[in-house]
Design a binder for this molecule. Structure first.
Ligand code: FAD
Length: 684
């Protein structure tokens, strides 16, 4: 074959599923030179994952398309638990809220994955013109180990081959229902043999496709799904359970007399198994059924389940048996699939912090808790801004180690949760207290309620590192894989007592605050768009009190000192890299923006003052009162909070300890002098 092109890029993303698209969107937002390739010729259109957890919605909103998600999706408010009664007939035994009330301004919604991928594609294209290159297959990857610590090097070389349309189009077995051809998900399913090797071979033989390209990249993300070619290339493995379960998934417009079909339901029958009902957009309903367990995976010498025996009728018939005496049938079938899944986690999430893995490439588990797509997107949401920050010369490479220390723990928690949950879900209900093989339904409900906090994504709590100053000595905290702060003089310790609900390591919660300049109510998180910017939030207290006024003046003087972190690390005094925001709780009418030091209103000779940095905890005309000081437990003298570009809390400390803020950024940021000019891509 002939090499037709050789080029360099800062970031190459392999795979354009949810994980790859999230990474690409970050790169677009941060203005990083990026390519994203996928071996498939077209995106997926329907089916596959569908649940968006509330944390994921917060993230999508920070990227500018939360509203689309919220409007287009079906909202799931309640979960109904159905169990057999003494006669063995199913009845509704309980109702619980689908999303725990009060944990987020969003609640869980559902919509098919193809639509969700569409928003990312639109956002990438609108932000920076970035498009997925489809029908492009990587064939070789090598890393120059001697250059991995050199910031200017492109240590990764990847050969890619451009496929013909025919090669890039997965073969679909066509299912026909009511004379309609139906897309099935089997071509993407891991129950079909992986066709990567075959595609490489076909491409070699195909003259038309005989164009090969060499790409030199600084960073690579393998977001190429459960079979991950990238994972194989860097010699990493998944570890975990050897038992695989087979799940049948059916998306239908149901015709039924079951009263809770528009609720999310977990239905346990006495002896016919269980089904999860997920009400969807456009009158669709998804049914999840665990069909069988295979003892061993094919790799371990077990036999692959015979997927030719699974079709929509098999899945429907099991649902009918479980839901009897209620009837269930359909005329419209939108999508169906069967897939085989075990619970596994990658031992490493990167090679040399140069080639990273995210999403299904580093963790696989059952679809029951609707976590796959959410956790996959959150992996690369964690990674994206870090890579961008290193590429821009803002941060040292040390922060990249936190990707694995933060996300591997989440993946392990997820697998553990899924393990428990899917067994409880798929087990047979206990007939009585003596029935030890059966599942105790109270226990199931308890696990469901507990699981809901985990599943929401809100519970994610990152351990101590250079970028998370946990309370206590950071050297002794975290999960044991922490990224040590190399210089003990730079260690910063949070004081959680000053704002107990702004928990260090977790994402900052959100309530309404008002803009001081124009009285408009905003959700705090709306003022924290994902554009790569760090934020220092100064909770200034009641600045009509002389001592609070003095405190804020001192902060203003310290932050605008040309020797201080803002100038050192951002080059300009008021930040594209670090933004300083104030939230005070004096009565709104008693102050103006001019009571605040200039660092909070940034005068520009052309654009005048910045009116979007000072906020007040006061009542709004139309949207109530967020009471942020009360809700977050902020002490009257206020505090300083540092937020990462992904809205996670790095630090909570004394309003008087301006040095700690300086020290915190010194732990990983690089001086702005000599750095290429950083241009901020606007939030939305
Ligand atoms: P993927 O979405 O798998 O994306 C990987 C991308 O990489 C694909 O576009 C693929 O074409 C591309 N790719 C793969 N190999 C290469 C290569 N060598 N070179 C270039 N590109 C490559 N989750 C649920 O919560 N509910 C469900 O009902 C559900 N159903 C599913 C049904 C099926 C058939 C499958 C496969 C998954 C399902 N999942 C479900 C899981 C969910 O879709 C995944 O967790 C989620 O998509 C993971 O995102 P990802 O970006 O990591 O990987």
């Amino acid at each position: 074959s002939s090499v037709t092109a050789e080029s360099t890029t800062d970031v190459l993303i392999i795979g354009a599923g949810p994980a790859g698209l999230m990474m690409a969107t970050w790169m677009a937002k941060c203005g990083i030179k990026t390519r994203i390739i996928d071996k498939r010729g077209s995106k997926i259109f329907n089916g596959q994952a569908d649940g968006l957890q509330c944390r994921t919605l917060e993230i999508l909103d920070s990227l500018g398309f939360g509203t689309r998600a919220w409007q287009e999706s079906n909202h799931m408010l309640e979960i109904c638990l159905w169990n057999p009664d003494e006669q063995g007939t199913i009845h509704r035994s309980d109702r619980i809220p689908d999303t725990i009330p009060g944990i987020s301004r969003f609640q869980q919604v559902v919509l098919h994955q193809g639509r969700i991928e569409r928003w990312f594609l639109d956002c990438m294209s609108e932000t920076s013109g970035l498009h997925v290159e489809r029908g492009v297959l990587p064939t070789k990857l090598s890393i120059d180990e001697s250059a991995v610590e050199d910031p200017d090097a492109h240590p990764i070389t990847i050969h890619v081959r451009h496929l013909t349309e025919e090669e890039a189009t997965p073969k679909q077995s066509s299912t026909s229902t009511n004379g309609q051809a139906v897309q099935d998900g089997l071509f993407r399913s891991n129950m079909s043999a992986d066709d990567t090797a075959e595609l490489i071979k076909v491409a070699e033989l195909n003259k038309k496709a005989n164009t090969e390209e060499i790409i030199h990249a600084k960073y690579v993300l393998g977001a190429d799904g459960a079979h991950s070619w990238t994972r194989g290339q860097i010699g990493l493995k998944l570890e975990g359970e050897s038992t695989d379960y087979i799940w049948g998934v059916l998306d239908i417009v149901p015709i039924t007399n079951f009263p809770d079909i528009r609720m999310r339901c977990a239905i346990h029958s006495a002896s016919n198994g269980s089904v999860m009902v997920i009400p969807r957009e456009n009158k669709l309903v998804r049914l999840y059924i665990q069909l069988t367990t295979t003892e061993k995976t094919a790799a371990e010498g077990g036999s692959k389940a015979d997927r030719s025996k699974i079709d929509p009728d098999v899945i429907l018939q099991s649902a009918q048996r479980i839901m009897a005496p209620y009837t269930l049938t359909y005329r419209k079938l939108d999508w169906w699939t069967a897939y085989q899944i075990g619970q596994r986690v990658g031992t490493q999430f990167s090679a040399y912090e140069r080639v990273f893995l995210a999403g299904d490439a580093v963790h696989t588990h059952s679809p029951k808790a609707g976590q796959g797509m959410n956790v996959s997107m959150q992996d690369s949401f964690n990674l994206g801004w870090k890579v961008a920050s290193v590429l821009k010369g803002i941060s040292s490479r040390s922060i990249l180690k936190t990707y694995q220390s933060e996300r591997r723990k989440i993946a392990q928690d997820l697998i553990e949760f899924d393990h428990k949950f899917s067994r409880l879900f798929s087990g047979r209900p206990a007939k009585d207290v003596m029935d030890e093989a059966g599942i105790n339904m109270e226990g199931f409900k308890e696990a469901f309620v507990k699981g809901n906090m985990f599943a929401s994504g809100i519970a994610v709590d990152y351990g101590a590192s250079t970028i998370v100053a946990q309370p206590g000595d950071p050297a002794n905290e975290g999960d044991g894989t922490d990224v040590a702060i190399s210089d003990p003089k730079l260690r910063v310790i949070s004081n959680q007592v000053l704002a107990p609900s702004i928990e260090v390591g977790k994402r900052i919660p959100s309530v309404k605050i008002l803009s001081q300049a124009d009285a408009r109510p905003w959700h705090l998180q709306e003022r924290l768009p994902s554009n790569g910017t760090w934020r220092v939030l100064v909770f200034a207290g009641d600045i009509t009190q002389p001592q609070q006024k003095e405190r804020i003046e001192r902060i203003g003087a310290a932050f605008s000192d040309t020797e201080a972190f803002l100038t050192r690390y951002t080059g300009d005094k008021f930040g594209s890299v670090i933004e300083v925001l104030a939230i005070h709780n004096a009565p709104r009418h008693s102050v103006t923006i001019f009571e605040f030091p200039e660092v909070f209103r940034n005068f520009d000779p052309v654009d005048g003052y910045d009116y979007e940095k000072i906020f007040v905890d006061d009542v709004s005309y139309h949207e109530g009162h967020g009471e942020i000081y009360k809700n977050f437990g902020i002490v009257p003298e206020g505090c300083i909070v540092i937020l990462r570009p992904d809205q996670y809390v790095s630090y909570v400390g004394s309003i008087d300890d301006v040095d700690a803020v300086d020290k915190f950024f010194s732990g990983f940021m690089l001086p702005a002098t000599g750095r290429p000019v950083v241009k901020q891509v606007n939030g939305h």
